[in-house]
Every structure is written in C-alpha cells, then in structure tokens.
Design a protein around this ligand. Structure first.
Ligand code: ZN
Ligand code: ZN
Length: 350
C-alpha cells in the first residue's frame, strides 16, 4: 500500500499564544474527523506534526489517520523557520519510503506550513537546500496567518502561499475544512491514478493566494513578556497587540502604534525548552504598553513588577517579595504618578 504522507509544520511561537494555538489544536480534531470519514483518505493518508518556535521538533511521527491522536501544541520564544525546514527535511528522509527499482515508494508528500511572523533565525541555507533537493519531491503549501507574516520568505519556498485572515467568527473552522478538503482531494486524485496536485477553490472571504508579497511592516505586531509567579514560581506570558492610533494636529494627521494588553497566559516549564536560548537584547518601554494584567497562577493584582535583575514577577501591591528568578529580596514601594514615565523591560522574540 502506497501511503500519502502529510506533514503539518506549525509555528508555535509566542505570538500564537491564546486563540491561535487553541484553534490549531481544535483544527486537528476536525481534520482527523474528515479524513476518517473518507475511504480514500483513511486508506492512504498518514499524518505527521512538526512544531517550531525557537527550536523545531517532530511531535507526531508519520502515522496512519486511524491511529493519529491530535497533540497538545507547545509554546516557545522565537520563530526559527530555518530549523523548522531542517526538521521537515530530516523527517522526510527518515519516514518517506523512496521508490526504487524493486518497490513503489510513498506518494509525493504534502506539506502544510503555518506561520504568523518573521523568521528569527537565518532560513537562507535551509531554503536553498529545500529548493535544490526537496521542492520537486513534495508539494508545499505555506499559510500565513494574518498580514504580519513575512510573505516574501514564504514565496522563496513555494508558489502556493496563502494568506489566511479571520474576519468573522468561524472563519478558522471554515479554513480547517478547506485544509481537510485539499488532503481528501489529493488522496482521491491518487486513487484515480492522477499524480497531480490541485488545490480546492479558495474562499476569498478569508483566504487568498499571495502573488506579490506586501511590504513588511516596520513595527512589530505584538509584544510578549515572560514573568514568573512569586508564589507558585510558574512562568506566564503577557501579550500586547499593536493598534494604530490616529494622532491629529492642526497641520497634519498620522498614525502611531500603541500596544494594548490582549491577555496573560499561564506557561508550562517546557516553554524554555522550546525557546531560542541565544541572548538577545530586545527592549520595550513600558509607557508604550496599555494595560497591566493580574497573575494567572495566584491571582496577585499585578503580573508586571520588575526586579532589579530585569525579570518580571507578580505582586499584590507595594510589598516585600522574593524574586522567583534571582532569589533576591525586593521591596516594592508605591511611585508617585508624576515620576511614571516608563522604564525598559526585555521582550520576547515573537
Ligand atoms: Zn502569581
Ligand atoms: Zn530578580
């Protein structure tokens, strides 16, 4: 039996925290449900999942649809697209059966790559290797989630670059249905002896083929900060998203970006294992950030207290605290509002 290998390569970087990651996890349930209901797909399709943030790893090795169990997705700092492609190529080498004079190998693999950001490593060498040795042997569909994706880097990988943008409730599940349909269509065309790759029609309301990549935006789409709970020592992630604010004077009008709080999410300790450990010095001034969350672990009033070591912790108002990062005693005193012109904190790589 010739298999149709399908690889999902998923961006699990900080900017995906919250809705996007949960929607991806739910999306797998829906894809698997559809594939199990289709006789061609059930027979031929095998699925594999590779996740990437600061590092990339296979989290589900190639397995038949029948035995596939949707994984819990990790979260980490960084968007190492080069590492993701290296992991994909290694997985293809390891698990896809090649055609030889003695045996019919697997069908041409399908790859769905999802990302919402800009690479934080140098993907150049991996892209070159993909194009010279793998591009003809696999069909790659690259999906950018939202306009802040670096589409020009995706265009260097494949002609099939799709922008997905959620404009209404339910668009993500409609999009997941499209993914399932494209896998089913592929397995059907194999059943009919066609080895060609055709994409089902796109629903233009929330997805379109990217022909000319739009210029990348100068400022970052979101700012993320990592802290630790003083009481439980568990990590959390604070996320701010860019909003453009109109500033008008008598003479002219322009837009300035501000970053508004979208949420504070509890993290697992494995966040650090999925993060890029290279030291970077990305700073953000707190006066650009609107809103301060409470601690998602212990309910302390603010998750936005900064220790002398530069790390964030939660406190419940002016008090003595032990920093869960450096173990020093810190005293937080109230500050008069007049002195409050912001200070710099280290931010994540996105
Ligand atoms: Zn706490
Ligand atoms: Zn500290």
């Amino acid at each position: 039996m010739r298999r149709l290998p399908v690889f999902f390569v998923l961006d699990c970087s900080e900017s995906m925290v919250g809705d996007h990651l949960r929607q991806m996890e739910d999306g797998f349930q829906a894809v698997v449900r559809t594939l199990r209901g289709d006789p061609h797909a059930l027979e031929t399709v095998h699925l594999s999942v590779i996740a990437f943030a600061g590092v990339a790893n296979t989290i589900v090795p190639l397995i038949e649809v029948f035995s596939f169990y949707p994984p819990k997705l990790p979260l980490g700092g960084g968007t190492s697209l080069g590492a993701a492609l290296d992991a994909l190529m290694a997985e293809i080498d390891r698990s896809v059966v090649k055609t030889t004079p003695d045996q019919k190998g697997d069908w041409k693999p399908l790859v769905y790559l999802f990302t919402d950001g800009h690479p934080t490593d140098d993907p150049g060498p991996a892209i070159a290797r993909w194009n010279s040795r793998y591009a003809r042997r696999a069909s790659l569909i690259a999906v950018g989630i939202g306009k802040d994706t670096d589409f020009s880097v995706l265009k260097r990988l494949t002609e099939n670059v799709i922008l997905f943008e959620e404009t209404r409730e339910g668009d993500f599940s409609r999009f997941v249905n499209w993914i399932s349909a494209s896998v089913v269509a592929q397995s059907k065309s194999l059943g009919e002896g066609l080895d060609s790759q055709t994409l089902p029609d796109l629903d233009e309301r929330f997805m379109k083929i990217v022909k000319d990549p739009p210029p990348a935006l100068a400022d970052v789409a979101c700012v993320t900060l990592v802290g630790r709970c003083q009481k439980t020592r568990k990590p959390y992630l604070i996320k701010y998203e860019r909003e453009l604010q109109d500033v008008a004077t008598l003479d002219f009008k322009f837009e300035v970006p501000i970053y508004r709080l979208t949420g504070c999410y509890p993290l697992d300790e494995d966040y650090f294992a999925w993060s890029d450990t290279r030291v970077v010095d990305l700073k953000v001034n707190t006066s650009d950030l609107i809103g301060a969350p409470g601690c998602p672990h212990c309910g302390n009033a603010t998750a936005f207290a900064v220790c002398g070591c530069g790390k964030l912790l939660c406190i419940n108002g002016p008090e003595e605290a032990t920093c869960p990062w450096c173990e020093k005693q810190v005293t937080f005193t109230p500050r008069p509002a007049s002195e409050d012109d912001g200070f710099d904190v280290g931010r994540g790589r996105g």
